[in-house]
Design a protein around this ligand. Structure first.
Ligand code: ADP
Ligand code: MG
Length: 696
């Protein structure tokens, strides 16, 4: 492997390349566009496009593509080659500023939730200069936003950029009130830890459920799952290590700050975390990471599973969204410093987060609601479906002090005594880790842990930025023009704490007691996806999005419709896959094994009456009874799927999928899993959990 610093960003049209290749003046204009959002004129765009093309061709590219993030949650690209005919039967390689800035793409194949009427199928992609172009598969990929003819966002980037802008605006107002006149820009920073499973491709190819749905729809517990807790941070297997090295190298070339890689709790489960960066870039990089993970896995004859719950009874995969706010001066506004009680800026921003999360916890819950995550949230290992915040003892005491107006007493033990002489005593974090909290303060950032592994992190960050902007706006409105700032501020903070502290919970988020307590506190506890999604269109939430100019009501409605429809479609595919597997693989296999058992009983009888055959008879009976029941349940599921498809009201249909199909699939699974434990291995038609989890 080449040295990391040589390959890092090799395939990215980054600042260094721009500095080298662009005329000084153009470079400056480009920076004005990146930092200050100053639009580029066509002349400048032409120069940039040409430099980009030359650089891309030197690095092996033949095509370019506007790379965008439609509302499906994955990325889309439409490839055009650079060639342009010269009239003499030859071509030259060309790329114009116009082609760089704006693309037109038939949007009708992407979900739009009714925004685009069928006669106006055009969608436009427009260049986002704040995210660097990069080369992937010999294609120059230009990060773009995707909008309708009327400018409504059809993607996940546009609203994210809007939310960052809203947050910047309100955060600056608050900073000015607090006497900061130097900060020019406030940026939301994000670092996302990505979990995933790696399994062998040959095993994967034998399971239709994995192929069509990304998860196993049947499968009984393996003899050894994660009972021994011996996988977490365990030694990497050579094949996995080779994958990770390859992955790092590919990501580094694309300028992704891949940093930490380790095993996770479940067998075959791993994690990759990048170094945090601006939210917009972090989202793009996470999309690239997921994409590259799949491709690199393929090269190692592996399959990377990004589904939230590929295996029942085994830890699922999530994404931890680490979020903080920093200034263009490099200051983290959520950094408590040595003396948090005197750090007014920190306290104001911290308390604004508390207010934002409490007021819109239903919206945060909504932002992580989709079919894959439904198997995780509210399960055992993942965060519960209820949003609460963890702050730790020291911050709690500070908040209590502010609320009561009493004197602050600091008697925290800050040095960790290891009680082993050779080990140095080390500074102790005053916020311990609370793994069970869905939204935890972890030293100088918040970690939102409810995201599922497969989704774009854009949605939750849009919500986070928007609700934070809203809270800060209210603070700024209350304080601007105050002639007794200190007193008014302390009063505002104290009343905010009183009003919103119900969202804080420092105990065990997985416990039954918490669920009961949360209900007493009036917190939203919704385990079903269709139920959680409804918060999107709550008038209170639409009003907030509109006030912050993040979404208009039409855009919210469109996104809601897409999510509800996606829920129905996903469950429909799962149910149909299950029906196919049961009818065409499992039931025939059980019949065959049953016949074999019956035959062997007959063979014994033919030899002599004195050989006992009760075991065979009992087994044949069990097989027949279970198989009959299985057939009964799968026929019912097939009938219910038909009913579901005929329900015309989308919300009603989604509710039916949740209440009938979701649980109907579990009923089928119950019997199939029982059969798996009594059918001979060589008769069972698909790889079992053991086969899959030991395949690498
Ligand atoms: P863990 O939760 O596994 O202990 P780390 O503390 O190593 O993880 O950090 C997890 C992620 O948080 C990394 O992606 C890291 O870059 C990111 N992170 C660290 N500081 C910040 C910050 N100020 N803002 C946003 N993300 C951050
Ligand atoms: Mg973490």
């Amino acid at each position: 492997m080449n040295s990391v610093s040589d390959i890092f960003g090799k395939l990215v049209f980054n600042d260094k390349v721009m500095k080298e290749r662009l005329p000084k003046d153009t470079y400056k204009r480009m920076h004005d566009a990146i930092d200050g959002g100053v639009p580029l004129d066509l002349e400048v765009a032409n120069i940039i496009a040409n430099a980009m093309k030359d650089w891309a061709i030197e690095n092996g590219a033949t095509h370019y593509s506007h790379w965008f993030q439609p509302m499906t949650g994955i990325t889309a690209e439409k490839h055009d080659s650079f060639i342009s005919p010269t009239g003499d039967g030859k071509v030259i390689m060309e790329f114009s500023g116009k082609a760089l800035i704006k693309g037109e793409s038939d949007a009708s194949s992407f979900p739009s939730g009714g925004i685009r009427s069928t006669f106006e199928a055009r969608g436009y992609t427009s260049w986002d200069p704040s995210s660097y172009a990069f080369i992937k598969n010999n294609t120059l990929c230009i990060p773009t936003a995707f909008c309708s003819y009327n400018g409504e966002a059809l993607d996940k980037k546009t609203p994210l950029l809007r939310s960052m802008e809203a947050l910047n605006k309100q955060a600056l107002r608050v900073l000015r009130i607090l006497g900061d006149n130097t900060t020019k820009r406030v940026i939301s920073s994000v670092g996302s830890e990505q979990e995933y499973f790696l399994i062998d491709k040959d095993v994967y190819n034998l399971r239709k459920d994995l192929i069509y749905t990304g998860r196993t729809l049947i499968g009984s517990d393996p003899p050894k799952g994660q009972d021994l807790d011996d996988h977490f941070f365990g030694t990497l297997k050579p094949r996995v290590l080779a994958f990770m090295q390859d992955l790092d190298e590919e990501l580094w070339k694309l300028g992704v700050y891949a940093k930490t890689e380790h095993n996770e709790a479940a067998p075959c489960q791993h994690e990759i975390a990048p170094i945090y960066t601006e939210a917009n870039i972090a989202v793009d990089h996470n999309q690239i990471t997921m994409d590259v993970m799949k491709t690199v896995a393929g090269k190692h004859n592996l399959v990377c599973l990004l589904h939230e719950k590929p295996f029942d009874g085994i830890a699922g995969s999530g994404k931890h969204n680490n979020w903080s706010l920093s200034t263009d001066q490099g200051e983290n506004l959520l950094e408590p410093g040595k003396n948090p009680i005197e750090n007014t800026t920190f306290l104001v921003f911290l308390i604004a987060v508390i207010k934002a999360v409490d007021e819109y916890h239903d919206l945060l819950r909504m932002s992580v609601a989709y079919p894959g995550n439904e198997h995780r949230l509210g399960g055992h290992e993942a965060p519960p479906a209820i949003i609460s915040m963890y702050l730790g003892d020291e911050l709690m005491r500070i908040l209590d002090t502010i609320e009561s107006g009493e004197e602050y007493i600091d008697d925290f033990e800050r040095v960790m005594k290891t009680k082993v002489n050779v080990l140095p005593d080390f500074a102790k974090d005053t916020t311990d880790r609370n793994r069970t909290s869905p939204f935890a303060f972890t030293g100088n950032k918040f970690e939102f842990r409810m995201l599922g592994s497969s989704i774009s992190i854009s949605g939750p960050n849009i919500v986070m930025n928007a609700i934070m902007a809203e809270a800060l706006e209210e603070f700024a409105d209350a304080l601007e023009g105050s002639d007794n700032l200190h007193e008014d501020l302390m009063h505002l903070l104290a009343t905010t704490i009183t009003k919103h502290k119900r969202i804080i919970f420092n105990g065990d988020g997985y416990s039954k007691e918490w669920e009961e307590e949360a209900i007493r506190r009036g917190l939203f506890n919704e385990k079903s996806t269709p139920g959680a999604l409804r918060s999107y269109i709550d008038p209170k939430n639409i009003a907030m999005f509109e006030r912050q100019h993040v979404f208009n009501a039409t855009e919210v409605r469109a996104r809601y419709d897409i999510k509800v429809e996606n829920y129905c479609k996903t469950l429909n595919i799962e149910a149909n896959t299950l029906i196919d597997m049961i009818n065409r693989q499992i039931i025939p296999a059980v019949i065959e094994f049953g016949a074999f058992v019956a035959e062997s009983a007959n063979a014994k009888r033919a030899l002599s009456d004195s050989i006992p055959v009760t075991m065979e008879i009992d087994l044949a009976k069990d097989l027949a009874v279970l198989n009959t029941e299985l057939k009964h349940r799968i026929d019912k599921l097939a009938k219910d799927v038909k009913t579901a498809k005929n329900i015309s009201d989308m919300e009603e249909r989604a509710a039916y999928y949740r209440e009938v199909i979701f649980f109907g699939m579990l009923d089928v699974r119950e019997i199939a899993d029982k059969l798996e434990t009594i059918v001979a291995e060589e008769y069972w038609p698909i790889p079992t959990y053991s086969d899959i989890l030991t395949s690498v």
